[in-house]
Write a protein of this length. Structure first.
Length: 615
């Protein structure tokens, strides 16, 4: 089980005094990779710069860093560097973009468990080299399908076949080693040689030019196989797709247009790109219909398009996670109009009247998923989404995005000023961006902020301060709150509350019970607090102190009251489920528990605790 972070050093106003780290995923294990990360902070705190650093990773050659990206502070020292890193125990796998001595540089890197470092420069691959490789691979696939179905020793071996069929221009760099190997084998294969490229790709190519284009894929040395083997074993890319999502707000009226407006229709441009249909073919069809008075051509063309839309709707329904119901899309071409009909089973639907979750996914699918595809581990960045939605709409959208992300193992990173994107049962999703002087600091692992006089033991304070809202906007004062000793306790308990469907109260961490005047401080924000404490000596002393001072409306529950063997919350876990006590492990626990991957003893112990505190 690894975890993934974004590291930022000397990028604009982020990472000046020390490298800043944004936790993206608590686990990269199967079924646990997806989730929601929410960036909050006051205006001008640096949220946009953090998102900008993340989106700069979306392509090794996209927007190389320049002097403009450097901090302009006198005390800023060192290179500009942004890295995506997977931590696997003591080992690390990652990719970084640097700007050092006015030279941009991109590198993959591996740090082995023994401390050895491997770096791999990622050279640029030209557009022509990618076209040559794609044409060659497509031709080889065609030849194998036609002539070499059973030849295990042909250029594309059976072991490579599955991977080769997935290669396109969007992921060529991720398969550079394999492409380099195949192109070299073409040069040396029987009677093909350099003439293969001239015959099937470009007749003007010289041997030296072909060799040069092949070598563009050769930057992956044999050592880089360490990285590629890791990716193949874990089924995700060290450098994933990182997509900055911009909503286009499709409306039902966009589904119907006049043929003359096909070039200017944003909706149909996305639709036809999604199904890989050349819009020029449709325009030529309408030209023939008009010139030759043959409206029957429209019916034939519509049939061709609808076959492609059938394939699209199958994927749409699979990703939208429908079981019994089915959405379909059907285009109708008439002499004076083009329109798309959206149907649920056999019922035509009005797009504007569908749920917010559906409308968001409909747009997201056609603008992002269908045209480019999304893979396990990919990251979608959203800057201030849903600014025009009402409260219930935001809550619904947040729930839909989170479920979609977890189901498809994608990571959504969004910044917001809207408190209704925050769910107090999932504080582990929150990343607070604050300014310290002129610098931005990332608080990645949510915990209580303690700063002397302002140490009010209110775990919500960092969030309400960042969003500049009162506490009651985030926490319903009518729902009882149970204060637990630490963030790991909070994560375990909210996880079980979710699967047991208990919503009678909230949990909130207080980072220990040894704080001076703790109860008095909590009473300033909560008139009827409940404390759930361990069964050890300090916890027993805390309960005795509360009883001695005769606080009104304050309740203390000790784990030892539930069961004599429960000295702390970790003892509720069976030995096979027990974790090292850390934020990362506890956050990952919430993802894993939804899959039911727990021993019966653990489940029974937590159920016993919840039965006790809900009486």
């Amino acid at each position: 089980m690894g975890h993934r972070v974004l590291q930022i050093k000397n990028y604009k106003n982020v990472g000046i005094d020390e490298k800043q780290e944004l936790l993206l995923n608590a686990s990269t294990s199967k079924g646990e990779f997806g989730g929601l990360v929410i960036l909050i902070g006051p205006n001008n705190s640096g949220k946009t710069n953090v998102l900008s650093a993340l989106t700069a990773m979306r392509d090794p050659n996209f927007a190389p860093f320049t002097a403009v990206d450097l901090p302009d502070f006198d005390n800023a020292q060192g290179d500009l560097e942004v890295s995506l890193v997977i931590h696997e125990g003591k080992a690390m796998y990652g990719f970084n973009k640097k700007y050092s001595n006015k030279i941009p540089k991109n590198q993959y890197f591996v740090k082995k468990e023994d401390g050895a470092n491997l770096f791999f420069d990622n050279k640029d691959i030209t557009e022509y080299a990618m076209n040559l490789a794609m044409s060659t691979i497509s031709r080889l696939i065609s030849m194998k399908n036609s002539h070499y179905p059973n030849d295990e020793n042909w250029i594309i071996t059976s072991a490579e076949w599955k991977t080769v069929k997935t290669i396109d221009k969007n992921n060529m760099r991720n398969h550079a080693t394999l492409i380099h190997s195949i192109l070299n084998k073409v040069v040396n294969y029987q009677s093909y040689g350099y003439n293969f490229f001239r015959s099937h790709v470009d007749g003007s190519l010289t041997d030296e030019r072909i060799k040069g284009y092949i070598n563009e894929f050769g930057f992956n040395s044999e050592k880089l196989d360490v990285l590629r083997n890791y990716e193949e074993k874990n089924n995700f890319s060290i450098l994933p797709n990182v997509i900055l999502y911009s909503p286009v707000n499709f409306k039902n009226s966009d589904l119907t247009i006049q043929p003359g407006n096909i070039d200017t229709s944003n909706f149909y441009r996305h639709i036809f790109k999604a199904i890989d249909y050349d819009i020029e073919e449709l325009k030529n069809c309408y030209t023939k219909v008009k010139e030759q008075n043959m409206p029957g051509l429209l019916k034939k063309t519509a049939k061709t398009i609808n076959i492609k839309l059938e394939e699209l709707s199958e994927q749409f329904n699979k990703l939208f996670h429908l079981n019994k119901n089915k959405y379909t899309f059907e285009i109708t071409l008439e002499t004076n109009s083009i329109y798309l009909t959206l149907m649920l089973n056999e019922t035509p639907l009005h797009l504007d009247k569908q749920s917010l979750g559906f409308k968001w996914f409909f747009e997201f699918y056609f603008t992002m998923v269908a045209k480019s595809g999304l893979n396990r581990g990919d990251i979608i960045v959203m800057d201030e989404p849903a600014t025009n939605l009402h409260v219930s709409g935001i809550v619904e959208l947040r729930k839909f995005i989170k479920e979609y992300a977890e189901r498809n193992e994608l990571t959504f990173v969004l910044s917001t000023h809207n408190p209704f994107f925050i769910d107090v049962n999932y504080l582990e999703e929150v990343r607070v961006i604050n300014r310290v002087g002129d610098h931005s600091v990332i608080q990645s692992k949510f915990h209580l902020v303690e700063d002397g006089e302002n140490d009010d033991t209110d775990a919500i304070r960092p969030i309400k301060d960042a969003l500049t809202v009162p506490r009651h906007i985030l926490v319903d004062p009518n729902v009882p709150t149970i204060y637990v000793e630490g963030i790991t306790d909070y994560l375990y308990l909210t996880a079980f509350a979710s699967i047991l469907k208990i919503d009678k109260f909230l949990f909130m961490p207080i980072q220990g019970i040894s704080k001076k005047n703790l109860v008095d401080t909590i009473l300033k924000i909560d008139k009827n607090p409940i404390f759930l404490v361990d069964g050890d000596k300090p916890a027993i002393q805390f309960k005795e102190m509360v009883l001695k001072k005769a606080y009104k409306n304050v309740e203390v529950i000790s784990l030892k009251e539930v069961d004599e063997t429960f000295m702390n919350i970790e003892q509720l876990f069976d030995a096979t489920d027990r974790l090292d006590k850390s934020f990362i492990n506890a956050a990952n626990f919430k993802a894993r528990i939804k899959k039911g991957k727990l021993n019966k003893v653990t489940k029974d112990n937590f159920a016993k605790l919840f039965d006790y505190i809900t009486v």
